[in-house]
Design a protein around this ligand. Structure first.
Ligand SMILES: C[S@@+](CC[C@H](N)C(=O)[O-])C[C@H]1O[C@@H](n2cnc3c(N)ncnc32)[C@H](O)[C@@H]1O
Length: 317
């Protein structure tokens, strides 16, 4: 199989993890600092960091096919506030691209997209975006993004920063990549009520220690539970399991919740303060996708496990 071609413009926006200098391609390596830094390019993906603590994500995104174009369009618009038809020609950073469903969508609408993720999910992302020369996937760490600062029209990060050991620092780092006047949109897990938080962290202290071969069947079991209408509207206010109508997404969502070692939960107030501290204005709280009075009441009272806090803003010019 031929390797996907590298996008020279997007590669030009990479900065080396060490000296933070521009990089160039030499054979199957990216090279910086007069040869002092060398990073392999494998399967068309520059590897500027190792998988570290995100092995569960490499596993899940390579295993489950979760891209669903119509749903992904609706989710992208809801979680960034950007209508996909406005993306053409924009320079976009997908901060934590996972298996690439949003990078593909944004690239498909004509934007130039750099998708960065720490896990081996970059392999799935690269495969998914193979037909889009305007998308470049890179394995890198958002706590020290190997990417030029103040460069992007839009930086978005959907469900990512709360999986790092230092979400505040990761937020500051991705915020710096937005050009003055550009847009940043971030979705993070919402902090639930204290009893829900205690129960969840107690259970996760166990599940995150389980090997995947044990946890995965448990997530399949929760997937079955998620298909029972009454159960999935009541019991999952206590412990999280997905009620997504699509079986694959349900099982993947369950694994996504119970496997990763880092998972922090945040308040709207906290996220708004981060935007403000990093020099963003015109802040908007983006509403959840689901509607209905009961849903909105439980959401506003922080009762929905797995729901988010979601803010977008513009970097001061
Ligand atoms: C729940 S997934 C979301 C992926 C994608 N945004 C989506 O919604 O499909 C979280 C992703 O964050 C990535 N991640 C976590 N910490 C990271 C870090 N420090 N740098 C880069 N990626 C990171 C994980 O590898 C994982 O793919």
């Amino acid at each position: 199989m031929t390797e996907p071609a590298l996008n020279a413009e997007l590669i030009g926006l990479l900065r080396s993890p060490g000296a933070k200098s521009p990089m160039h391609v030499e054979g199957d390596e990216l090279v910086a600092d007069r040869g002092a830094e060398r990073y392999p390019i494998v399967g068309g993906v520059p590897r500027l960091a190792g998988e570290a603590y995100v092995g569960s994500f490499g596993r899940q995104w390579n295993r489950y096919d979760v891209a669903r174009i119509e749903e992904d369009e609706a989710t992208f618009e809801a979680k960034t506030g950007v209508p996909p038809h406005e993306l053409a020609g924009r320079l976009v950073l997908d901060a934590g691209c996972g298996g690439g469903r949003y990078a593909k969508l944004v690239g498909g609408h004509g934007a130039k997209v750099l998708g960065v993720d720490l896990s081996s999910a970059v392999e799935k992302a690269s495969e998914l975006c193979a037909g889009l020369p305007n998308v470049q996937i890179v394995q890198g760490d958002l706590l020290d993004p190997p990417v030029a600062v103040a460069a992007f029209d839009l930086v978005f990060s959907i469900g990512v920063l709360h999986h790092s050991p230092d979400p505040r620092r990761a937020f500051a780092e991705i915020a710096r990549r937005v050009r003055p006047g550009g847009r940043l949109a971030v979705w993070l897990y919402r902090r639930n009520t204290p009893p829900q938080e205690w129960l969840n962290s107690g259970l996760r202290a166990l599940t995150t220690r389980l090997p995947a071969r044990v946890l995965e069947p448990a997530c399949v079991g929760l997937g079955a539970l998620g298909s029972v209408p009454v159960v999935n509207r009541t019991l999952n206010k206590l412990v999280n399991f997905s009620a997504h109508p699509d079986w694959t997404l349900r099982v993947c969502d369950n694994f996504d919740w119970w496997a990763p070692p880092h998972q922090s939960h945040h308040t709207l107030h906290e996220l708004l303060a981060w935007f403000d501290e990093e020099g963003f204005e015109d802040l908007v709280e983006l509403a959840p996708m689901k509607s209905g009075r009961l849903y909105r009441w439980t959401y506003d009272h922080d009762l929905i496990i797995g729901s988010g806090v979601n803010v977008a803003g513009r970097r001061r010019a």
